[in-house]
Design a protein around this ligand. Structure first.
Ligand code: COA
Length: 168
């Protein structure tokens, strides 16, 4: 059966002046991503091994600064976001950030556009995300406040990384 749903497909890449967005897991700089997320307001203290396992089971979108035109050098992690999904009906967008030196250049909007373009992330019945103050970003891509909050439930353990439970 031709596969569209059910898997992430081959790694994809988008380019623009000085930057790339890639879903290639080999490109992820786990130290840089962990450095940001472990200090973030939403995943404070997340252990590196837990993050690594989470990324293993996500479709990861790395944002990278490219080396100066034509020059040598590594791609530098400039931002990140990941989609947790069945590739068919539902997507949860998580852990979106752009590192400070790269902010204000439209990179997060480009990330959202790349996610929208990804052929294995289409036709979902529902996308969900949580944000403290970036509603204006996501509104530009069709997200709204929850229409019927009385239907939403959650089981939240904000102190899970402070309890020191060992990662499986
Ligand atoms: C939010 C964040 C990802 C934006 O990244 P960025 O690449 O600098 O943003 P962009 O240049 O693509 O512009 C973002 C757009 O969303 C809007 N926006 C709304 N809320 C925003 C917020 N809290 N922070 C930044 N932009 C915001 C901006 O005005 C801009 O829209 P405009 O160009 O139409 O004016 C970045 O500031 C960040 O990493 N913040 C800390 C982590 C965080 O809060 N992540 C989101 C968790 S859900």
């Amino acid at each position: 059966m031709p596969s569209r749903g059910g898997d992430p497909g081959a790694p994809r890449e988008w380019r623009r002046e000085g930057y790339a967005i890639s879903t290639d897991p080999e490109r992820l700089d786990l130290d840089a991503i962990h450095g940001y997320l472990a200090a973030s307001y939403w995943a404070t203290g997340i252990p590196r091994a837990v993050l690594a396992r989470a990324l293993d089971h996500s479709l990861n979108f790395g944002i990278y600064q490219l080396p100066a035109a034509g020059g040598p050098g590594a791609w530098v992690q400039a931002g990140f976001g990941r989609v947790i999904t069945d590739y068919t009906t539902f997507g949860y967008l998580a852990d979106v950030f752009v590192l400070e030196p790269h902010r204000g250049r439209g990179l997060s909007k480009w990330l959202m556009a790349c996610i929208d373009e990804h052929p294995h992330l289409k036709g979902f019945r529902r996308w969900v995300l949580l944000t403290r103050d970036a509603h204006g970003l996501y509104r530009q891509f069709g997200y709204t406040a929850v229409a019927k909050p009385d239907r939403y439930m959650e089981r939240h353990a904000p102190d899970v990384y402070r309890r020191g439970d060992p990662p499986r």
